[in-house]
Structure formats: C-alpha cells, structure tokens
Design a protein around this ligand. Sequence first.
Ligand code: 13P
Length: 253
Amino acid sequence: MNSTRKPLIAGNWKMYKGGLAGVELASALKKVARDVPNVDMVIAPPFTVLAACAHEVEGSSIAIAAQNFYPKNEGAFTGEVSAPMLRDSGCTWVLVGHSERRQYFGETDASVAERTRVAIAAGLEPIVCVGETLAERETGQTIAVVNRQVSAFVNLLTHHAVIAYEPVWAIGTGKTAGPNEAEEVHMAIRAQLERRGLGMTTRILYGGSVKADNAAALLACPNVDGALVGGASLEASTFGAIARAAQGLVSSR
Ligand code: 13P
C-alpha cells in the first residue's frame, strides 16, 4: 500500500447469500466497518438483495456494488438490469469484466470497455477486473495479456475508478500470486495509468484466494491498494480479518 491511496477492501459475494443471509452478513459487517476507519469497504451482493443490503448499511461507511449490469439505460431487454436501476437500488459501485463474466458469459475486452463507459456515465464507480489464465502465465504472456486488457478501457477511466488484478488461476483455488508476482503485474498496470495521468490516484486491488492469513503480505506491496475477496468475504469474521489487516498496515505507518 501507498500512503496517498486509501486502501479498499471489496467483497464479491458471487452467487451466494441472495436472501436473508445476505442482509444478516451486511448487518454484521457494520460492526467491522467501525473498527477500520482508514479502510474503504465495499460489498457486492447478488441483485436480489442489493436494495436490502444498501438499506441495512445506511449510515455506515460500507458502500454497495453490483456484480454486473447491462449497458443500456432501459428497454426491452428481458432479464437484464441497467446502471440507473443499480443507482436506484443504492449501489455506488459496480464490478466490470470479472473473469467469470469473461469465461462463462462471453464478455470481451470490447464489452468490458463499453460497460466501463456506461457505468461511469451513470455515476457508478467501476471496479474493472483483469487477469491472465494459467496457460497464459505458463507461456510467459501475463504482462502482455494484462496490458492488453487494461488498454481496452484505460482511456475511459476517471480518478474514481478502480482496477482489480485477479489471476484466473488464483480464483477459488486456494493458490495466490505471491506478493512479488502480484506487485510485478500491479506495477505494469500502474505504468499504464501513469501515462494517462491517473497513476497516483487509481487504486489497484489484488484478487484471488485472499484470506486473513495472506492479506497483510499482499497488501504490504507498494502498488497493491486493496483486495477483491471472494470466498473469504462470505463471513463477517474472515472478511473483517482482511479489513483489519489493511487497517493495521495503515496504523503502523
Ligand atoms: P476467491 O477469493 O474466492 O478466490 O475469489 C476471488 C474473486 O474472484 C473475487 O472477485
């Protein structure tokens, strides 16, 4: 972490906790948020509980993200949800281009860029996700792949946007990039941001099997500004431990 950027710990609930359990988790996290005043906390529940979670965390420092949206404001698009609808539900953030969207739902660099543009136009702060597959890493293409993914949307970003580096092979597998591996990719992303005048302000999160016991080492990297957490964000105790690790690093400066 770097002292000019406030750490951001985001929880991507994926397709879990879509009912009462989600509201209960949001409620439990309000207590955590009070313990971590120097950390921004964002949670991304499923669509079905966005409004209820937004209501639940009102008055706390926790912000609500959606996991996806359709990049049209309204229309005959059965089953889809627009950015203005997310705003109406209490969201201020949205994940864009998560690898599971790229892998299972046909998202491409072009559709990720389009969603980034529409999210910003609607007043949502995007967390745009990038990351290489295992095959790409093993063939030495990591930096080239991530640079290509970032270059598709970097010229659309404002100071509020966030980039998440999530190596696909580290998601849900228990394998994490080591701090040096993460920092190398974050530095490459930072260099692209610097060329756009966004290097100092834009937060770059690491995601992929972040847990309470590896968070501090990853967050200690100068270009890692926070974490995008999947599995460990589904319990207040484990997500809270990661947020507290970030708070601990800020306090020890
Ligand atoms: P895990 O933390 O479960 O590996 O998931 C990471 C992720 O995909 C967050 O968006």
